[in-house]
Design a protein around this ligand. Structure first.
Ligand SMILES: [Zn+2]
Length: 412
């Protein structure tokens, strides 16, 4: 086969899918908004609806993006710990055990008095975390990084580790609850975590930042409480799995982290692309098109529609849809001939719910020379009649690989 191998761009409009909104006379924001550019791709491309994880499953950003990258989260997902750690830039490797942690306040008898240390935030946490890095306990390396507010991520790296342990966090005030192994082989890991918790108190209790906080009448952050142990998944790197170079264009830490775990490069963004609702989508589209000069595959994420869904704000979501359509117009006007482009969402975030739902999302795929189907409007209903039908997210990449003339022949 001598056909030119095309490149692939998946544009994930986060939380774009919706349900009928009473403020929009029962329409979804996509149905209620005029979107000539997105519709051009739907009219000229192939369309359908997509259950990113599976029918009826309400995906998180992590599980949905794993699916869109061609992995089955029902097989590879090992819990929030590793992905939240990745979300703050703490990228582990297979075999590591990751935790979510709180900076908390305790008294000298190790009784917790505030699980969130008065909602402490950076720069205090950044200072405090320094005295905790580089620890080795019973031969196990402890890697820790501050997150937003009172949160932190923690990774244990070494041999003989198991995620089968209980939280060193009673999720309330009172005596520090020690971690225990759920299986005998996990007792070692529980022991390491318990030693870490005690050591964190020793190192933090007299820290100058905490002395200052006490003097100011604030809660000191004098102990770290880890919970939600999960092992880093055994994920075959995307470039190896598909034989193509790949990168992501995203501003959200969690999405960048997932992509990094999957072996994608993370492209640095100009400042105007990272502002969530106020982000400049066209500027981001330029970054994606530039990156396609170097990479075969780009995953692009735009967070704004999800934010409107969480805010119960359909009118704002319509404005975002309008701006997404202008971005689609930019792609149309600057379309590289050898590209397969996908417009879809990672999940629905209905404005009536303020949270993610399992409703399937619209998907349109366009590349010059594809079969044109009957779908003409980019929306939950408008895409439904197209030839893609109703698919699962994990089939998007294989479908694109075929359209990009990159799929291996199966059989003689
Ligand atoms: Zn969301």
């Amino acid at each position: 086969m001598s056909a030119v191998k095309k490149k692939i761009l998946i544009v994930v409009m986060d939380g774009l899918g919706d349900r009928g909104c009473k403020e929009l006379n029962g329409l979804t924001p996509l149905q209620a908004t005029d979107t000539p550019n997105l519709d051009w791709f739907t009219k000229n491309g192939i369309s359908g609806t997509c259950d990113t994880v599976d029918i009826g499953i309400r995906p998180g950003s992590d599980t949905s993006h794993l699916s869109i990258l061609g992995y089955d989260p029902l097989e590879v997902y090992t819990g929030r710990g590793p992905f939240e750690a990745a979300g703050i830039g703490l990228i582990g490797k297979y075999g590591d055990v990751a935790f979510r942690c709180n900076f908390s306040t305790c008294d000298s008898g190790l009784n917790i008095t505030d699980r969130r240390a008065g909602r402490i935030d950076k720069p205090d946490t950044t200072e405090l975390i320094k005295v905790l890095s580089g620890m080795v306990i019973d031969g196990v390396e402890v890697i820790i990084k501050e997150g937003t507010e009172h949160r932190a991520g923690l990774i244990l790296r070494g041999s003989g580790l198991s995620p089968e342990i209980t939280d060193a966090d009673s999720h309330g005030n009172g005596p520090v609850s020690l971690s225990k192994g759920r299986i005998p082989e996990a007792e070692f890991t529980a022991g390491v975590i318990n030693k870490f918790v005690k050591e964190s108190y020793e190192r933090l209790k007299d820290h100058p930042v905490n002395k200052r906080r006490i003097a100011e009448g604030l809660h000191p952050a004098n102990i770290i409480l880890p919970r939600g142990a999960g092992s880093f998944p055994d994920i075959q790197p995307f470039p190896e799995k598909y034989g193509i170079s790949a990168a992501c264009v995203a501003g959200v830490g969690m999405i960048k982290g997932i992509c990094e775990i999957c072996g994608l490069d993370v492209i640095d963004l100009p400042k105007d692309c990272t502002g969530g609702l106020s982000s400049n989508f066209i500027s981001k589209a330029k970054v994606a098109l530039d990156a396609l000069q170097k990479y075969d595959f780009i995953l692009m994420n735009i967070k704004a529609p999800d934010v409107c869904g969480h805010d119960y704000d359909p009118v704002r979501k319509c404005e975002v849809v309008k701006r997404l359509d202008e971005m689609a117009g930019y792609f149309k006007d600057h379309f590289p001939e050898d590209l397969v482009i996908v417009f879809t969402a990672d999940h629905s975030t209905p404005c009536s719910l303020g949270d993610h739902s399992g409703d399937p999302v619209p998907i349109t795929v366009f590349t010059p020379g594809n079969v044109m189907d009957d779908a003409v409007k980019f929306s939950e209903s408008g895409c439904a009649g197209g030839r893609i039908g109703r698919i699962r997210g994990k089939y998007i990449v294989p479908m694109c690989m075929d359209l990009a003339n990159r799929a291996e022949k199966f059989g003689a």
